[in-house]
Design a protein around this ligand. Structure first.
Ligand SMILES: Cc1cc2nc3c(=O)[nH]c(=O)nc-3n(C[C@H](O)[C@H](O)[C@H](O)COP(=O)(O)OP(=O)(O)OC[C@H]3O[C@@H](n4cnc5c(N)ncnc54)[C@H](O)[C@@H]3O)c2cc1C
Length: 334
């Protein structure tokens, strides 16, 4: 059922009030293929949970909301279980389901908003774990030639907040298969204060549920809840710079934090750059830069997507002027 002139406010975590000329929800693969056939010549946007998108204007085309549900265990060997989930499953519900079934591997990715089908698009990651670490395959519909193919780890070209799906918008993920551990799972607690939190709670042998709980409580403390303050999480990627650039920055800012990736490349937290530029907490007319997490741009209510987009451009310009670093946008601008 194609609907006309639908507000997308409840379909994007920035809570931007724009309209889609047409809107349709698909609940099965067959429905998706039928709609793709009928909308071949239209401007189409495939939408999951809308938590990594900024609408800067009304969408003059058809939004296809992917709502294909279903999770199943596929096969189990002595310490690994393959779980398949369809694109429209909510990511965090899926994580909780896996934890309940004592499957380890995605507990560090607890509370990331959005859907399972979008998780490979930017190779979601948090607290030292990325989707690619547990990824097996995904089923992909190509809206150009109507083929359905299985993509393995190599085909997906996963990188830091990147994949083939971010580049090629004809590829629509129908379902994802992950390999999770039912035994001998190595807990990863070394990132983002997880160990400190575990110590405070006097937990010396954490379970996957403990890790998930700790990740959730850190996230609740640090990140604005999109239900209360519109946002799409990190707006920019953390830039990777060469050693000589890092040395140059250190001359002026000797406290610059950096993470060595290899002998030549270092990652610098974009949040530190924005804070050091004095922009943390800046509030404009109903929108701005978050008070505690400067990597997050926020809509305090009623902001226009275009205003937030222009703010992001100004931030990029200022960061370039000060640090000679070009910030890359993580959020999809529509
Ligand atoms: C508070 C907050 C915290 C966040 N924290 C993190 C974090 O820690 N780590 C992280 O990586 N991300 C984080 N994000 C970003 C976001 O949650 C993820 O990128 C998530 O995977 C987006 O899912 P979605 O379903 O909402 O995607 P959408 O916003 O609906 O879509 C994102 C892009 O993917 C495309 N797309 C959607 N579904 C499909 C599909 N099935 N096949 C192909 N393309 C598709 C869309 O067209 C769009 O281009 C955060 C966001 C918020 C609001």
């Amino acid at each position: 059922m194609i609907k006309k002139n639908i507000s997308l406010k409840k379909y994007n975590s920035f809570n931007i009030d724009v309209n889609a000329k047409e809107f349709v929800e698909v609940n099965s693969k067959d429905e998706l293929i039928e709609i793709a056939n009928r909308t071949k010549d239209k401007n189409v946007l495939y939408l999951g949970g809308g938590s990594n998108i900024l609408f800067t204007r009304d969408f003059d085309g058809i939004v296809i909301h992917l709502n294909i549900k279903g999770v199943q265990f596929e096969k189990t060997n002595s310490d690994e279980t393959v779980v398949q989930a369809n694109a429209g499953e909510n990511w965090n519900n899926f994580v909780e389901f896996c934890i309940k079934n004592n499957l380890g591997g995605i507990e560090n990715l607890s509370m990331i908003p959005g859907n399972v089908g979008s998780a490979p698009v930017q190779n979601i990651g948090a607290y030292g774990v990325e989707l690619k670490d547990v990824f097996l395959t995904c089923e992909v519909f190509n809206k150009n030639d109507f083929s359905i193919k299985t993509y393995n780890l190599e085909d997906c070209k996963f990188d830091y907040r990147n994949s083939i799906f971010k580049e090629n918008k004809n590829l629509i993920i129908l379902s994802v298969r992950l390999k999770l551990k039912n035994k001998n799972h190595k807990i990863n607690s070394s990132y983002g204060g997880i160990n400190d939190e575990l110590k405070k709670l006097k937990i010396s042998k954490p379970t996957i549920k403990d890790i998930s709980n700790v990740v959730c409580s850190i996230r609740k403390r640090k990140l604005p809840d999109p239900k209360k303050i519109g946002n799409a999480g990190s707006f920019f990627k953390n830039p990777v710079v060469k050693k000589d650039k890092l040395e140059w920055i250190k001359k002026y800012f000797n406290d610059v934090p950096s993470y060595k990736l290899d002998d030549k490349n270092y990652k610098i937290p974009a949040a530190w750059l924005i804070e050091s530029a004095g922009l943390k907490g800046k509030e404009l007319d109903g929108f701005g830069i978050h008070k505690t997490q400067p990597l997050v741009l926020v809509n305090y209510g009623g902001a226009k997507g275009d205003d937030i987009y222009k703010l992001s451009l100004s931030i990029k310009e200022i960061i370039f002027k000060i640090f000679k670093i070009e910030l890359e946008t993580e959020v999809n601008i529509i």
